[in-house]
Design a protein around this ligand. Structure first.
Ligand SMILES: [Zn+2]
Length: 170
């Protein structure tokens, strides 16, 4: 068992986690939601919460549109999924998000007992899953999801840098 865990950790460290076709499809949906958020003037971040292939929640960042500091894509997707499943526990799910979650979202993901988190690109400024801190470090949170990253990383990073470059040009 320990060797299996070490092998998994090793694979993630090397950045060669193998993702399924479903993973890629759902992350593409998250990227589409990120793109729609940018069209509406929000930082392009999108999130999909799924159980297998079944989408339970999906949202883009709506902070600017709603004027709500907590309207991050992950929070909105978690809320939808809770309504869909009729409770706050979200077992057997995966949360896909285009950018590494912040402290609020990483906390909410743990509270919802989401067992798996997949993010596309790291956030060295506000990421709470290794970027600036790791909320899932041993002993920090009760229920820590398995974390995988790097799926469609290039696309997600390009969308963000394009958005900020355009903003600076305005
Ligand atoms: Zn967040």
């Amino acid at each position: 068992m320990a060797s299996v865990r070490n092998a998994v950790r090793h694979r993630i460290l090397l950045g060669v986690t193998v993702f399924s076709a479903t993973d890629e499809t759902l992350m593409r949906q998250a990227l589409d939601l990120a793109s729609a958020a940018a069209e509406a003037g929000d930082v392009p971040i999108g999130s999909v919460l799924a159980r297998g292939e079944e989408v339970l929640g999906a949202a883009g960042n709506e902070r600017e549109q709603s004027g709500d500091p907590t309207a991050h894509a992950e929070i909105l997707a978690l809320r939808q999924a809770s309504v869909t499943l009729g409770g706050w526990r979200l077992p057997d799910t995966t949360l896909y998000v285009t950018l590494e979650p912040c402290a609020m979202c990483a906390g909410a993901i743990a509270l919802a007992r989401v067992p798996r988190l997949v993010f596309a690109t790291a956030d060295p400024k506000a990421g709470a899953v290794g970027g600036v801190m790791n909320l899932y470090a041993e002993g920090m949170t009760n229920h820590t999801p398995a974390v995988e990253s790097g799926l469609l990383q290039v696309e997600a990073a390009a969308m963000l840098s394009g958005f900020f470059a355009e903003r600076r040009g305005e």
